[in-house]
Design a protein around this ligand. Structure first.
Ligand SMILES: Nc1nc2c(c(=O)[nH]1)N[C@H]1C(S)=C(S)[C@@H](COP(=O)(O)O)O[C@H]1N2
Ligand SMILES: [Mo]
Length: 329
């Protein structure tokens, strides 16, 4: 197993954040070197990244050894250093627990043990997974992905989890299944978000959706961990969606149900404001949000003020076009 240890988050200087131009030059460089057969190893590729910290108890907690860092450069090298966990895990969107970015203390009320994730609908083998199944049934791997919120802030996150297609293989959707509906945990007794007033009368629970073909794409991922640890509750423990070529709202947290269906499902933000939050919601600098441009994005930074963060150009499909553009041809 290859892990790159550890420089504490707080030692990461701002200047290590690479510019977009440097990213694409390096990607081109890596492709040409890899293409030339010089055989760079994962270690060489990842030496471009600052090292990450792994919880020494992680493998015991997960109940299995963790595979090595993905050797596919798109899964291991986001072209920008991982965002320090101190920022990513304290600046969250999770409306069930409040309407600000600082909901992480509220989210600790999420009860994750025991847990049941039901996978049902148009499938041959419906399944119900408990908490242990989520970390033990499928081989786990670590992937470093770019993440882009529709609100135009962005980060880079080292997730731990398994490809969504493992679930497809387990349940075997029937030919009639075209879409997948993902439902998040919601209990009005536990989730104070709506009680703050801003989120009254919203269509709870939070529901997201993909096509079956999108779910089968090799980038589509279920995360059960992040930053070398099991998933903190504010990130959607014990299991959440990660769909890195789409805006962040497409990634439902704390999943309790996955249903295979024939028709495009109604989803949370798309129901609230269909002209602002499309069902497809692929990252695209050329399609502005009705209230702001998507041409640029700000890299999540230390300040609470979004407007102090470093600005970069947005990249179509968040840089993952090689993997997903064919889905939309
Ligand atoms: N259940 C649920 N899932 C959710 C949300 C939410 O409010 N509730 N917010 C979404 C949005 S808008 C974003 S940007 C990401 C944020 O993920 P993070 O807090 O782990 O960075 O979660 C998505 N998943
Ligand atoms: Mo978002």
């Amino acid at each position: 197993m290859v892990f790159f240890r550890p420089q504490p988050d707080w030692q990461l200087p701002e200047r290590q954040i690479t510019s977009e131009a440097a990213f694409w030059n390096r990607r081109k460089f890596l492709r040409s070197v890899l293409g030339s057969g010089l055989g760079l190893t994962a270690t060489t590729l990842s030496a471009c990244q600052p090292p990450r910290t792994l919880d020494p108890n992680l493998e015991a907690t997960l109940g299995q050894p963790l595979g090595s860092l993905a050797t596919d450069s798109a899964f291991a090298d986001a072209g920008r250093p991982p965002t320090p966990q101190a920022y990513a895990s304290s600046y969250n969107n999770y409306y069930e627990f409040g309407g600000t970015k600082r909901i992480w203390p509220n989210a600790q009320a999420l009860p994750t043990d025991p847990w049941r994730l039901e996978v049902t609908g148009l499938v041959k083998n419906p399944q119900t997974y408990d908490l242990d199944d989520l970390t033990r049934r499928f081989p786990l791997e670590e992937r470093i992905y770019r993440f882009r919120c529709v609100e135009a802030w962005a980060m880079v996150v080292p997730w731990i989890g398994f490809p969504m297609r493992r679930i497809l293989e387990a349940v075997e959707p029937t030919a009639a299944a075209q879409f997948v509906r993902f439902t998040s945990y919601y209990d009005p007794q536990v989730c104070p978000g709506p009680a703050y007033g801003f989120a009254l009368n919203l269509p709870w629970p939070y529901v997201e959706g993909l096509t079956v073909a999108e779910m089968a794409n090799e980038l589509a991922f279920f995360a059960v961990g992040v930053y070398g640890r099991t998933l903190p509750k504010q990130h959607g423990a014990p299991i959440r969606m990660v769909v890195p070529w789409k805006y962040g709202f497409k990634g439902g947290k704390a999943l309790v149900k996955i249903e295979f269906v024939a028709q495009q499902p109604a989803t949370f933000w798309n129901t609230i404001a269909p002209n602002e939050y499309g069902f497809e919601a692929n990252v695209n600098p050329a399609v502005p949000h009705p209230r702001w441009s998507q041409a640029t994005e700000r890299l999540l930074g230390e300040s609470t003020n979004l407007f102090n963060w470093e600005t970069q150009p947005t990249v179509v499909y968040n840089g993952y076009g090689d993997y997903v553009a064919h889905l939309y041809a």
